[in-house]
Ligand binder design. Structure first.
Ligand SMILES: [Zn+2]
Length: 254
């Protein structure tokens, strides 16, 4: 019988009957995959307690037969990320990122760039060297780019005037258009957020180049605030719904 094996990160786990779990993994080779883990709930021997949220595992699973879910056959723990699950704030951030992936990525659509991004921000979150807020900006900017919803921060969305040519220090971001608007075009913009040019440049740095470099960017408190305000409004607006975990994250932040 054909089987697949792949590195995978646990996105979601729900109880199924008295004995089983249904687990959604974000796999490196096949994107998002939901599997049934038989007897995982009752028997500690079966998967020896390693099926925990955000863990990185090497998994082996069967192919789909009929209407049932494929069965998880083997799992080897590669990275437990136990410090994330032990901390409610870290858990809230990781849950938000996992929800974005789970809600907007198609099943069995390979997304290796997003896989490595998620793995990398979880690594940093577990280590605790970078502020969670900066990591969340990094994840969201790159997630939006991968899912084709990047905010347009390079030019006026209406007249296409380049960012460098916009002379004002405070620039309007139009939520409906998903991009900047210059001083000549900014009348009648109802859903607006103001960003300084410095913030825009820092967000653009986050969005490009390799992850190691992006992680070294030091945000000023103002840029951090403006960046978070922008993404808090922009991500739900452009994805068309409010992620459930975002509400929890807001409560924790305040
Ligand atoms: Zn313009």
């Amino acid at each position: 019988m054909p089987v697949s094996s792949t590195p995978a990160i646990m996105l979601r786990r729900i109880e199924f009957g008295d004995f089983d779990y249904i687990i959604t993994f974000f796999t490196l080779n096949q994107g998002k995959v939901s599997l049934i883990a038989k007897s995982a709930k009752k028997s500690t021997k079966r998967f020896s307690g390693i099926l925990e949220l955000f863990s990185v595992l090497d998994i082996v699973y069967g192919s789909t037969r009929g209407k049932g879910l494929p069965v998880l056959k083997e799992a080897v723990l590669k990275q437990p990320f136990a410090k994330i699950r032990a901390d409610i704030k870290k858990t809230a951030y990781a849950s938000y990122w996992a929800e974005l992936i789970n809600a907007w990525m198609e099943t069995r659509e390979k997304q290796s760039k997003l896989y490595y991004l998620f793995r990398s921000v979880l690594d940093e979150l577990d280590l605790g060297h970078m502020p969670e807020t900066v990591l969340s900006i990094l994840f969201q900017m790159r997630f939006m780019a991968i899912s084709g919803h990047s905010p347009n921060l390079r030019q006026c969305s209406i007249c296409k005037k380049q960012l460098e040519e916009i002379t004002k220090a405070n620039i309007i971001f139009d939520l409906t258009r998903g991009g900047l608007v210059c001083e000549n075009c900014c009348q009648n913009i109802s859903k607006r957020i103001t960003l300084t040019k410095g913030t825009i440049k820092q967000l653009l740095w986050m969005d490009q180049g390799d992850l190691t470099k992006a992680k070294r960017i030091r945000f000023t408190p103002q840029a951090l605030n403006e960046g978070l305000t922008l993404l808090k409004a922009f991500v739900p607006f452009h994805l068309g719904k409010e992620p459930k975990s975002l509400k929890f994250l807001r409560q924790i932040r305040t």
